[in-house]
Design a protein around this ligand. Sequence first.
Ligand code: IYR
Length: 226
Amino acid sequence: MKTSPETHVPLTGYADVPEDQMLARALAFHDRMARRRSVRQFSDKPVPREIIEACVRTAGSAPSGANHQPWYFACVGSADKKREIREAAEVEEREFYAGRAGEEWLDALAPIGTDADKPYMETAPWLICIFAQRRGGLREGEDRKNYYIHESVGIATGLLIAACHEAGLATLVHTPNPMKFLNGICGRPETEKPFLILVAGHPAKEAMVPKHALIKKPLDEIAGFL
Ligand code: IYR
């Protein structure tokens, strides 16, 4: 590893957390994160833009290939644009549920109870449309190849979901397929690929979650220690 005062600065920001506190913090974070649910019934209660901005800043702090940060978050709060996105998404969803998905996929979704109607895309105050950039680079105006694009944007999206949850916002990952229509609605160049839509807002008072979603695989099924 090559470092020099021209290109590197000392690492800061890591307090030396005592081990018992490390465990307590890890457990407390798990306790909060494990309460997250995908929500499909939202309240129309507004969420101030500053809260979304703070969550997107957290997403933007994610690690990425060559630090090119190959993402763009189009935060849609306008009622007209949300309606456009809902309508275009529902066109795709109707085909999906009418057969394009295939039997096995529809079978997997049955316990969740989803269908082609997506009213929450208009009810929720924010639709965060996430785009992946094939090219870009770090500095504005650059046109360099980006690397590990899906990994990077996936990690950033994970941080965004965690940040929203920590702020007290409910979210839903939504992926109409195809979703090229998002480029036009969000005014993004054709070289960007829509990654997913994160619906964010307050949950509706009467919101329900599928029992199916409460089943989490135990640690020994998802991890091994070698
Ligand atoms: N995009 C559809 C279908 C869907 C697919 C998966 I995989 C899910 O986990 C949930 C839904 C929809 O939003 O209904």
